[in-house]
Design a protein around this ligand. Structure first.
Ligand code: ATP
Ligand code: MG
Length: 407
């Protein structure tokens, strides 16, 4: 449901502003350093085109959704004087960190109304543990309208609301582990409340603002399920953001290696084949494992893939061999069909490709047209397990798969 929001926007200015937002290379507990925001021109244009109704931005863990959504909100609020963009990160614990409001020349009455609506609806979600509190998401907009002294104050404005990390906050409220299967009905209810109101052309929205756009940022594939079930109600659309492309990622590796020099030469091609552009994992590799690829592979990737295969073997009462031999080539689709697709998705090893793809997907063996590995290292680890007919593999076996044994 494209809105008129993209009309008259100077794309180059918008892109420059997105970049001005910058990025940060780091891992929470280990710190890090600021770095430039790279690439994403294509995604800025695509998201601008898609803006309208309810959008669900999803993508693999750490692909850059939050950074992109925050910078995009800031840029849009900065180039158009008829837009109020609010970016809300539900993983943050304070108003100052969670709520960013981007608008040109916003009156103090409106600012106060935003803060009040935040305090009564979003604050309880970020500090509380009762999933029922999530109704604050859909109430936020209505309360904002109610808080305004003059109800028609936003009559000539587009309101862009971005709710990021709602799925993570919900899981944290439930206090469940990574592999726990939970129902996302409450989350879905909040998404559909906005979709329904927009679909029905609710007077609360259209009598008070020029237009309302709501974007949810999800890491979990719950996003895809909601979009599938919701159809196109209220312009509901799921938007896939992928990692940065190879050249940009290699640029980042080079920048980072100047800031935090590795003790041995690094092979950027191998790093691309293992990380596929995942900057979060690059930060783990550099800051936690001191560029030691083998240590990173054995402590994270191999362990995770091994656990998943063993889980699958157990529930199917098979031998490891028998399961592994079902997928000669662990392409994403083969892995989905033969190695326990649902569990691989729940464990964030695979992700489905659905809806509108904002990014250009890399042409690599770990990406198919309907499924992809979240981290290519999982693909190479599975390949090594299949070739060796065992889950007990070494990091060297994984690297050999990547290089074809030539190094
Ligand atoms: N365009 C970019 N240029 C440079 N670095 C980036 C860019 N986008 C994201 N990053 C960096 O990549 C890392 C992961 O980004 P971010 O936290 O935005 O990902 P995410 O998709 O929101 O993760 P999650 O799935 O956990 O919510 C961060 O360190 C961020 O600063
Ligand atoms: Mg995020």
């Amino acid at each position: 449901m494209p809105s008129r929001l993209s009309v008259g926007v100077n794309i180059d200015e918008l892109i420059n502003r997105v970049k001005e937002g910058g990025a940060y290379f780091g891992v929470e507990e280990l710190g890090g350093f600021p770095m430039i925001f790279r690439d994403r021109e294509r995604e800025v244009k695509a998201l601008l085109r898609e803006l309208g109704g309810v959008g669900i931005v999803y993508g693999p863990l750490g692909c850059g959704k939050s950074t992109f959504l925050r910078n995009f909100s800031a840029a849009l609020g900065g180039v158009r004087d008829d837009v109020i963009a609010m970016y809300v990160n539900l993983e943050e614990r304070t108003l100052a960190n969670s709520l960013r409001t981007y608008a040109i020349g916003l009156g103090s009455d409106v600012r106060n109304a935003v803060v009040k609506a935040f305090n009564s609806n979003i604050m309880p979600i970020i500090t509380g543990t009762e999933p029922g509190l999530l109704v604050g998401i859909s109430r936020f907009f209505y309360d904002l309208i109610n808080e305004l002294k003059v109800r028609r104050e936003l009559r000539d404005k587009y309101v862009v609301l971005v709710f990021d990390e709602l799925d993570k906050r919900y899981r944290a409220m439930l206090n469940v582990g990574d592999d726990a299967q939970v129902g996302y009905g409450v989350v879905e209810g909040e998404v559909m409340a906005y979709a329904g109101a927009i679909e029905e052309h609710s007077s609360v929205i259209y009598d008070n603002v020029r237009g309302l756009v709501v974007i949810f940022g999800f890491s979990n594939r719950v996003a895809v399920d909601i979009a599938r079930r919701g159809g196109s109600k209220g312009g509901l659309n799921s938007l896939l953001l992928w990692y940065l492309p190879k050249e940009e990622f290699i640029g980042i590796i080079n920048d980072v290696s100047r800031r935090a020099p590795p003790s041995k030469p690094i092979d950027v091609e191998v790093l691309w084949q293992l990380l596929g552009g995942n900057i979060r994992e690059l930060a783990m590799l550099v800051l936690r494992y001191g560029w030691d690829v083998n240590a990173w592979l054995s402590s994270t990737v191999i362990r995770k893939v091994r656990d998943v295969i063993i889980h699958e073997v157990r529930i199917r009462s098979l031998e490891v061999n028998a399961l592994l031999s079902r997928a000669i080539d662990p392409s994403p689709r083969n892995a989905y069909l033969h190695l326990g697709g649902d569990y691989l998705m729940r464990m964030n090893i695979l992700i489905d490709i659905y809806g509108t793809v904002l990014s250009e997907l890399p042409r690599e063996p770990w990406v198919d047209s309907d499924f992809a590995y979240q981290l290519p290292a999982y693909y190479w680890a599975l390949k090594a397990m299949i070739d060796k007919s065992t889950v007990d593999i070494n990091p060297e076996d994984v690297i050999d798969e990547v290089t074809g044994g030539h190094r």
